[in-house]
Design a protein around this ligand. Structure first.
Ligand code: NAP
Ligand code: G4F
Length: 347
């Protein structure tokens, strides 16, 4: 039996790690693109990696960067994937205001570099684009596949560009190319500068007496938060259909940042008001106030529906932090206190 081959960009990120797990469980051969860094950036997938010399190895990693179109084309030629999951991006909204040009280059142009490489090499692979609810921006909820875009950040604008070139390559060249318009999804593997993980880590650290306060920005923003491990199942389903199409993936419920903070702190028996301080550096020049996704089409066509909701997500994320802290304490005599410099440096 010939195994299917997938190429995953952004395999070292939150979603890339869950997707790689899912694909390996489904007996795929998985190739991941990793950008070169001076420190190791593969901690989220280290548990999946085996020596590539072993005969049954099915996960292979390659250096590559979204800004390097020649390398991307060469990797596509080499790997000959059946499915390409394009997850890599500069994915932080606040940072996109500081680095708008870099964000446009990676998050926007990165997508067309891949699409153009697929077209030029004549590969008949299927292509998944990691589109985002940030594209809806200022358009009032609920948001579905027909809702107009009104991005509120360089990140959101770059994702709108990537969304449209994905549709364009589908219409112009007949590529099986889809947009998964995913609303916020979180997990214990979420990057520590996104608000859910930052808060979950702080609640655990404060409970353990390692930290006293956390600095946050806008507590009024509302998000539709789901669980990342479930959202990667939807990505895979989108590439298994007869026809390519675009889908919103969401839970259909929104909560304020304040609600999420309350859920994390109450889970460890703390009152968040005693520990949360405001810092304007975490505000954005323009904010997305309210996102609530309508994923009815995904349920109808893909049979996908969310299981974990925000309150449970908050609890599972805090529990994961408490477990990690207890492991640190068991292995190190005197776990290091949280650095106030690091905490402040987080965007
Ligand atoms: P993430 O954790 O920030 O992961 C981003 C990945 O992209 C990492 O593997 C990162 O590598 C890689 N990357 C960044 N710049 C690169 C470059 N120039 N060349 C090659 N690789 C590069 O993001 P995520 O939460 O898993 O999200 C995955 C995708 O879905 C992103 O495109 C994001 O914009 C989109 N999305 C996310 C959400 C969400 O709520 N999580 C919602 C909608 C859409 P390093 O590990 O080396 O940094
Ligand atoms: O966790 P966030 O940084 O996520 P945001 O901006 O919604 O973006 C995430 O979800 C998008 C999908 O809609 C993805 F496309 C994107 O890649 C990323 O994964 O911020 C959530 C909310 C914002 O309103 C922000 O202003 O939390 C507010 N917030 C308040 N204090 C904070 C903080 N956000 C961060 N990161 N840090 C704070 O201290």
């Amino acid at each position: 039996m010939t195994l299917k081959t997938a190429l995953v960009t952004g395999i070292t990120g939150q979603d890339g790690s869950y997707l790689a797990e899912l694909l390996l469980k489904k007996d795929y051969v998985v190739h991941g693109i990793v950008r070169r860094a001076s420190t190791f950036n593969t901690h989220r997938i280290d548990h999946l990696y085996h020596d590539p010399h072993e005969p049954d190895a099915r996960l292979f990693l390659h250096y590559g960067d979204l800004t390097d179109g020649t390398r991307i084309a060469a990797l596509l030629e080499q790997v000959q994937p059946d499915e390409v999951y394009h997850l890599a991006a500069q994915s932080h909204v606040r940072v996109s205001f500081d680095e708008p040009e870099f964000t446009g280059d990676t998050t926007g142009l990165g997508t067309i570099r891949l699409l153009e490489a697929i077209r030029a090499t004549g590969l008949s692979c299927r292509f998944y684009q990691a589109s985002s609810s940030e594209m809806f921006g200022a358009t009032p909820p609920p948001q579905n596949e027909s809702t107009p875009f009104h991005p509120r950040s360089p990140y959101g604008a770059a994702k709108v560009y990537a969304y449209w070139v994905t549709r364009n390559y589908r219409e112009a060249y007949g590529l099986y190319a889809v947009n998964g318009i995913l609303f916020n999804h979180e997990s214990p593997r979420r990057g520590p500068t996104f608000v859910t993980r930052k808060v979950a880590m702080a609640a655990a650290q404060i409970k353990a007496g390692l930290q006293e306060v956390i600095h946050l920005g806008n507590l009024d923003a509302r998000r539709d938060w789901g669980y990342a491990a479930e959202y990667v199942e939807a990505m895979w389903l989108m590439l298994q259909q007869d026809k390519p199409d675009d889908y919103v993936i969401a839970t259909g419920a929104s909560h304020s940042v304040r609600d999420f903070v309350d859920q994390c702190f109450s889970h460890v028996g703390l009152d968040w008001r005693d520990h949360v301080r405001f810092d304007e550096r975490y505000l954005r020049p323009s904010e997305v106030d309210d996102l609530v996704g309508d994923a009815a089409k995904a349920e109808r066509v893909l049979g996908w529906r969310p299981r974990v909701r925000a309150p449970e997500l908050a609890r599972l994320m805090v529990d994961a932090e408490l477990t990690a802290l207890s492991h640190t304490r068991a292995t190190a005599v005197g776990a290091p206190a949280a650095s106030p410099v690091l905490e402040l440096a987080r965007p």
